[in-house]
Design a protein. Structure first.
Length: 352
């Protein structure tokens, strides 16, 4: 049509009463903070690291990590383009079209309750507009990734591949996290800290109970999500960035970091992130979710809860280093262990 894709989408959006698709809704600082929190959170998530070391050789682990980084880069760079096509496809498919002639995917998603049509003017046409008094279409944001291949009328095998990939990602992530949670509670916390003489049988029971507890909590937030899926993922990654990432980095690259500093940093970081989430995402201290929209003008540094993990991460680093200077130094043998970990196995003395 002689138009750039984004120009076409901007025109359609304004015609329907929406703002231009490319208009800014977040500040540059907020976008940077969200991106940084996602990157640091990815590195800090324990189930991601565990997966890279389920191979027999170091070379395979490096290859696995390299391929994962490549695929993650493709995912993150392709996501904005996919979003543009998804938005354009949706508008072309449903806006102003007869409800009786909607394709099969429309009725399929209607059955889930995540897509709905209310014929307010009784003309049988789907009016999609920004004005809630005119708009007759309700689309849950969470369905767009899975529905987009159907909306674009792609082959059935592509739709099946997307569904299988989504299911595989969900199951592998859940399995990895449950494994980490159960082992952390039963072995690292109960056996190593509170009850060193616990039997293997009771340790196994504790692991199973902690896994059940994690499933119950995850199920609750699955039924009552604090936001659409991308926002929830950003919050989870922000928590990982605020807690685990600084401890992992300092533990690897600063051999004099002691446990007191690492623990203090993690506690302060995750507490600060949780407080910010509860205040500005849930409105817990200000009257509930109805007050969340009004609280946006009070965001610290203009950063949203999805990006605040970056700020909490910096605080974590600072607290860890400060506490490290006023608490006992790391024993020499521990520093030697860290130094040995940095040297590849089998490496000889350096030669000139």
């Amino acid at each position: 049509m002689g138009l750039y894709l984004l120009e076409k989408l901007n025109g359609l959006s304004t015609e329907l009463g929406f703002s231009e698709y490319t208009s800014r809704s977040k500040s540059t600082l907020d976008v940077f903070a969200i991106t940084a929190a996602l990157m640091a959170g990815t590195a800090g998530l324990p189930h991601v690291i565990v997966r890279f070391f389920t191979v027999k050789k170091v070379r395979d682990a490096r290859k696995s990590a390299g391929l994962a980084l490549l695929l993650i880069a493709i995912l993150y760079t392709a996501a904005p383009a996919i979003a543009v096509f998804a938005r354009l496809n949706l508008i072309h498919t449903v806006s102003g079209q007869p409800y009786a002639q909607m394709p099969q995917w429309f009725s399929n998603w209607e059955k889930t309750g995540l897509l709905g049509f209310e014929d307010k003017n009784g003309d049988g046409l789907i009016q999609y507009a920004a004005d809630p008094t005119i708009n007759e279409l309700r689309v849950d944001q969470d369905i767009m990734v899975l529905a987009n291949p159907e909306i674009a009328n792609l082959p059935a095998w592509v739709i099946a591949l997307v569904a299988a990939g989504a299911l595989a990602a969900a199951l592998s992530t859940a399995a990895g996290l449950l494994l980490v949670i159960s082992s952390s509670v039963s072995h690292d916390l109960i056996k190593s800290v509170f009850k060193p003489d616990i039997s293997e049988k009771h340790e196994l029971i504790a692991a199973r109970l902690s896994a059940v507890g994690a499933v119950v909590v995850a199920g609750y937030f699955g039924i009552n999500p604090p936001g659409f899926v991308a926002a929830v993922v950003a919050l989870a990654f922000g928590l990982a960035a605020a807690s685990f990432f600084p401890a992992i980095i300092l533990g690897i690259f600063y051999k004099k970091m002691n446990k007191e500093g690492a623990i203090a940093g993690m506690v302060v970081g995750i507490t600060l992130m949780l407080f910010y989430m509860l205040k500005f995402k849930f409105g817990l201290f200000d009257g509930g979710k109805s007050a969340v929209a009004a609280l946006q003008s009070k965001w610290w540094f203009g950063i949203s809860p999805e990006g605040f993990g970056f700020v909490a991460m910096i605080v974590n680093f600072g607290v860890s280093l400060v506490i490290n200077t006023v608490t006992p130094e790391v024993p020499e043998e521990v520093q030697e262990i860290v130094e040995n970990i940095r040297i590849p196995s089998g490496a000889g003395e350096a030669t000139h």
